[in-house]
Design a protein. Structure first.
Length: 276
């Protein structure tokens, strides 16, 4: 259990992103169901000095269709992604699963259809695409973003972030530097929450059992919030916790990091948008 207080936190974060232009890839589920997450990412990156742009051409990353076996139907989404983001050096998304899809699947699909040009273009945009914790820690070189969140939280490391893009301890580094917050270890944190996109549709009973286990472990921590880097996982976990009347609230990592002692508005206005 870790608690960071204002007294032992650094006074000034600085603007390490000064002069950088970042493209925001705000994925389908966030754009449609959790728009405050995208606002939080923008607020955070701008506070750190970045210029944030939103390419309107962007669409889905194609993860769902790819995972379901519809390779040919995914191709237009990959072309759209390349067209939207090819001019940017940095593309940042608040979703480890979608970043994993871009990196792991785009070139694979392009190779599958035999389009060498698309394969080369996808390879370029893929390597410039970052999940939020990667961009903060690896590119900007910060672990203390000046955040303040006076609550107890437990962190669920989503599968794609953990297993495919290998986030490692980056989210923990960021959370441990949040002022006023108590970070409680989650039992069996490595276990999947049971969502898995179409997995939960094809295997509903297994998915429900996995989600129940995850919710039980969250409740065992006694934390007020469960935090993750994927809203799809939080949608699954939060739904179970809500039906159990647990009182534990789901929150995206970006929404914690965006809050400061001067402005707590993002967290307060984001909660009603969550459909639990």
């Amino acid at each position: 259990m870790t608690t960071i207080t204002p007294q032992n936190a650094t006074e000034k974060v600085g603007r390490p992103g000064q002069g950088m232009t970042v493209a925001l890839f705000i994925t389908c589920i966030n754009d449609v169901m959790f728009p405050r997450t995208g606002q939080a990412v923008t607020s955070l990156l701008e506070r750190l000095g970045c210029t944030v742009e939103f390419p309107y051409e962007q669409t889905c990353c194609g993860q769902i269709t790819t995972n379901t076996g519809y390779f040919d139907e995914t191709v237009p989404m990959i072309r759209s992604y390349v067209d939207a983001f090819s001019d940017y050096d940095y593309v940042v998304a608040p979703s480890g699963s979608c970043v994993a899809a871009v990196r792991d699947q785009h070139t694979m699909i392009a190779e599958h259809i035999g389009d060498k040009g698309l394969e080369r273009a996808a390879a370029q945009t893929s390597k410039r695409t970052y999940d939020l914790p990667e961009f903060l820690v690896d590119v900007l070189g910060v672990t203390d973003v000046g955040a303040y969140f006076p609550h107890s939280v437990t962190y669920h490391p989503s599968c794609h972030g953990r297993r495919l893009i290998h986030l490692g301890d980056r989210p923990y580094q960021l959370l441990r530097n949040v002022r006023g917050m108590t970070l409680v270890d989650l039992p069996a944190e490595e276990q999947c929450c049971g969502f898995g996109g179409t997995f939960s549709i094809k295997n509903p009973d297994v998915s429900a059992a996995m989600a129940a286990d995850k919710a039980r472990h969250v409740r065992e921590t006694g934390a007020e919030y469960v935090v993750a880097g994927d809203n799809s996982c939080l949608l699954n976990i939060g739904g179970v916790l809500s039906r159990q009347n647990s009182g534990v609230k789901p929150i995206h990592l970006a929404e914690i990091l965006a809050n400061t002692e001067e402005d707590l508005s993002l967290i307060h206005i984001s909660e009603p948008t969550r459909p639990y």
